[in-house]
Design a protein around this ligand. Structure first.
Ligand code: SAH
Length: 216
């Protein structure tokens, strides 16, 4: 695992592309720039790591596009130190970007294979997220409330458990829809049962599976 000059150069170019695609938050761009994305891909895809594309990561899942990762991170609108829950650890890439933002990160993955791979990699890279193997549809009540919850798989609906695990002022960023593409929503918790909903365009995700972990 080496982060060479050419990787850093490719990453800087990718940051310019993200800026052109509308990512404005400099903290988010800096965080994305600090994470070697090629560490999260198999060697077959390494040379494409800094293209704005999704790739297979095993178990039928994909690492999200850099633009999607940057946009979801931006939509959280949270300061360093915020407590954030991610649903769908996958490769661990989005998780690393959240850690690089200075967030206290909790992340849940339901595919055992991916859960077992992401932990050691993130640790070797020096990140310290709390990782769990299980069903993120239910959130992680014991560690609630969260200032932010970010869902990185397409949800069939809005899981109520996630809304209720937000702190007041906290925000859920979630792609919703069961077809090929999903609509990105953010929900800000204004009160006990009061939420402000905003829509942020179309994105493509693998489906959220609302069931128990595969072999739990
Ligand atoms: N954030 C990841 C994206 C991986 S794709 C990355 O940066 O690589 C979405 C992930 O969500 C997949 O790994 C999939 O297994 C996981 N997933 C789907 N449904 C889930 C659920 N109910 N609970 C937890 N993880 C889930």
């Amino acid at each position: 695992m080496v982060d060479e000059y050419r990787h850093k150069g490719q990453r800087r170019k990718m940051i310019e592309e993200l800026r052109q695609l509308g990512i404005r938050n400099q903290k988010v761009l800096d965080a994305v720039n600090s994470v070697p994305r090629h560490f999260f891909l198999s060697s077959a895809f390494e040379q494409f790591a800094y293209q704005n594309s999704a790739f297979q990561i095993g178990a039928g899942q994909t690492i999200s596009k850099p633009h999607t990762v940057a946009r979801q991170t931006e939509l959280l609108q949270l300061p360093a130190g915020a407590k954030v829950l991610e649903i769908g650890t996958g490769s661990g890439y989005q998780c690393a970007v959240l850690c690089a933002m200075g967030f206290k990160v909790h992340s849940i993955e339901r595919q055992k294979l991916l859960f077992e791979k992401a932990g050691p990699l993130l640790k070797r890279m020096g990140y310290k997220p709390h990782l769990y193997y299980g069903d993120g549809y239910k959130g992680k009540k014991v560690f609630a409330p969260f200032d932010g919850i970010i869902v990185t798989c397409g949800a069939p609906d809005i899981p109520e458990a996630l809304l209720l695990q937000l702190s007041i002022g906290g925000r859920l960023v979630i792609p919703v829809g069961e077809g090929e593409t999903q609509r990105m929503f953010s929900f800000t918790r204004l009160g006990e049962k009061e939420f402000n909903r905003e829509e942020h365009g179309e994105f493509a995700f693998v489906p959220m599976l609302a069931s128990r972990a595969t072999d739990a």
